[in-house]
Write a protein that binds this ligand. Structure first.
Ligand SMILES: [Zn+2]
Length: 321
């Protein structure tokens, strides 16, 4: 994707900073450092620099051999100036002119992008979306991140910040979302929302659920992965959660098809590991919520680049479609 160029990809997450040297589509080496999310922003920046220095040391690359540095982070940021504005989950990431500071330190080209947009780009170029012109990417993990890739390019809208589709509401009286609004799909179907809904159901349940056995009675240990395991084993309550989640996502994806009419919808993140519990149902239900007559032709597939998608997404910013 990067024409044999050597790129450093940095994925700043809520708990860790993942950094890799990427050559072509191959991650040569990875470094993981904790994100000092609650510390002053200088410390986050220092940790990002430390990760670059460490990976150069490990791979034996000199900084002059690096063709570019791509950085991805969650939350609103301005890809055109390379400035991180703020991040709901990483308080320290606020008003940081990341691209400028990185350029000053390393003297290499630096590109900064929203993590979901970049992950969508990597999937579109050399993951599940390779060969498709119109890609809608969604990652369902702690929150719901989305990206639209058209002809191998991120669609950023007027300000470069477009396609925060996780905050499209499907119910104006729905549960309160982290963004301050009600009924966003993130408040219904993110990993956090799935966990919350499962706990609520377990508290109200009359019959015992196998789910509780899986976590030894500890409600705090419930995760979407555990829900998936219980559903796999036929637990009715877990199956109900999966079915509801499939319906919420389908209502929303039907709307996304109405707007974007993509060739393919790629779904990644922890919840995509529900696999055959989820995807056949999404394929069945989603077209019924779209008004486009050929909505059923839109492929709905799992993401392919899971483990390295952050690093590859950051490196993909230097790809020329
Ligand atoms: Zn929201």
């Amino acid at each position: 994707m990067s024409d044999g160029r050597t790129i450093i990809g940095i994925d700043i997450g809520g708990t860790k900073i993942a950094t890799g040297v990427v050559c072509g589509t191959r991650v040569l080496e990875r470094v993981l450092l904790p994100t000092p999310a609650d510390r002053p922003k200088e410390e986050v920046l220092h940790q990002v620099f430390a990760s670059v220095d460490l990976i150069l040391e490990r791979t034996g690359h000199h900084i002059e051999e690096i063709d570019g540095i791509g950085v991805v982070a969650p939350g609103p940021l301005d890809p055109r100036t390379g400035k991180v504005l703020y991040s709901p989950n990483i308080p320290a990431l606020r008003d940081i002119p990341l691209a400028r500071l990185m350029r000053e330190r390393y003297g290499r080209p630096v590109l900064v992008e929203n993590d979901a947009n970049a992950a969508g780009l990597a999937e579109a170029l050399f993951g599940a979306g390779a060969g498709y012109a119109h890609v809608f990417y969604v990652t369902v993990s702690t929150g719901i991140g989305t990206g639209v890739i058209l002809g191998g390019k991120i669609y950023g809208g007027r300000t470069g910040m477009a396609v925060e589709a996780g905050h499209v509401t499907i119910d104006y009286e729905g549960p309160l979302c982290n963004c301050g609004h009600r009924g966003c799909i993130e408040a219904f179907a993110s990993g956090t929302a799935i966990t919350r809904r499962t706990k609520e159901k377990l508290r109200q349940a009359r019959a015992p659920s196998h789910l509780l056995d899986l976590v030894a009675g500890d409600l705090e240990a419930i995760t979407p992965i555990v829900v998936g395991e219980a559903a796999q084993g036929g637990d009715p309550l877990a199956l109900e959660i999966v079915e509801e989640t499939a319906r919420f996502l389908s209502i929303w994806l039907g709307g996304m098809i109405n707007i974007f009419d993509p060739d393919i919808i790629i779904l990644g993140g922890g919840v995509s590991q529900w696999g055959d519990l989820l995807f056949p149902r999404l394929r069945q239900l989603t077209p019924t919520y779209s008004i486009l007559p050929r909505a059923a032709e839109v492929a709905i597939v799992p993401a392919r680049l899971e483990a390295d998608v952050g690093i590859l997404g950051a490196a993909a910013l230097f790809a020329t479609p």
